[in-house]
Design a protein around this ligand. Sequence first.
Ligand SMILES: NC(=O)C1=CN([C@@H]2O[C@H](COP(=O)(O)OP(=O)(O)OC[C@H]3O[C@@H](n4cnc5c(N)ncnc54)[C@H](OP(=O)(O)O)[C@@H]3O)[C@@H](O)[C@H]2O)C=CC1
Ligand SMILES: O=C(CO)COP(=O)(O)O
Length: 345
Amino acid sequence: MSESSGNPSYQVTVLGGGSFGTAIANIAAMNNHNVTLWMRSEKQAEDIRQNRENARYLPGYQLHKNLTPSLDLKSAVSGADYVFVAVPSKAFRAVVEESVPYLADHARLISLTKGIEPHSFKLMSQILQEAAPTHEIGVISGPNLAKEIAENQISATVVASYSQALRQSIQEMLSCGSFRVYGNPDIYGVEMAGAIKNIYAIVSGLATALGMADNTRAAIITRSLAEMSRFAVRLGANPMTFLGLAGVGDLIVTCSSKLSRNYRVGYYIGEGLTLKQAIKKIGETAEGINTLRMVHDKAAELGIYMPLVKGLFSIIYEDMPIEAIASKLMSGDLAQDVEFMSAGI
Ligand SMILES: NC(=O)C1=CN([C@@H]2O[C@H](COP(=O)(O)OP(=O)(O)OC[C@H]3O[C@@H](n4cnc5c(N)ncnc54)[C@H](OP(=O)(O)O)[C@@H]3O)[C@@H](O)[C@H]2O)C=CC1
Ligand SMILES: O=C(CO)COP(=O)(O)O
């Protein structure tokens, strides 16, 4: 860490040079931190060195001079005060485990990834905890479309950690005129919200392709919130987290924006593409596909009522006709609106 104009300037490393890793690395670089962006593509690194642009993932956005690309994991991680991890959930554990031997003792680790580990049902912070038990850890999640952050549109996010010191330092490190960071100690709830909302973005994209009306969109988003919070609270999240940016905030943006890859997967399926064709057309990470399968199985195991998850699972993995699922959703048992009220929460 060094001091310049009164503000600490940190050594920051971001692992993963995709759209979100690059966008957050650029925010840190703009805030006068010394940022290394680790990636595995020589071509992308060279693009950034020569043109200050990540042409593969964020074409057209100028990257700050404080951001340096690197292909060498050891040198990228050694000496970093903060290591942010922004690789897809399926690669998360391997990348973290490879990095841990090079971490400085004081390094703090923060996940930017919105997913659940296949098979183990672990969240990314749990993987960080297992791989680096002596380090302070946190997660960032919120309504944060990478392209909008890269173009400095006003955005807000949440840092969650049990460590108040970590929360405060990330708030100070990343906040700027276009990006505002809020804190939340409920790491499980923040992370679970970010992972599960991707499922409902697929539902919303699909419904939009089928000509969804505005009333329908409002109903889908609100019942999605009820369903995702029911699931997460049962597993240990604080229900209040779902009222915040990481809950309803992220749900709104991913269920409404064509910039969301998960929404687009749903949209393309609604237009008649197969899942495989939709994923290929997007060509970037859409975590919701794997999350859907995991949440579906976990809900079945625990007996948690999740009609939207069940319906989407039947459409995507069991070839059920969309119309049959829609009519099933409309004829389920009539229920209480805000069920936490009757549960006395
Ligand atoms: N994009 C967004 O708007 C947001 C994304 N997120 C979350 O951030 C995470 C990353 O997403 P995002 O940046 O968008 O994804 P992208 O698809 O844009 O990029 C993925 C990045 O991960 C790299 N990668 C993939 N597999 C491996 C591996 N095995 N080892 C090393 N690097 C790997 C890719 O490298 P390569 O190019 O070489 O394949 C690429 O740099 C996801 O969990 C996503 O949900 C969170 C908030 C917003
Ligand atoms: O999480 C996101 C916005 O907050 C990005 O969503 P997608 O991964 O669907 O693009």
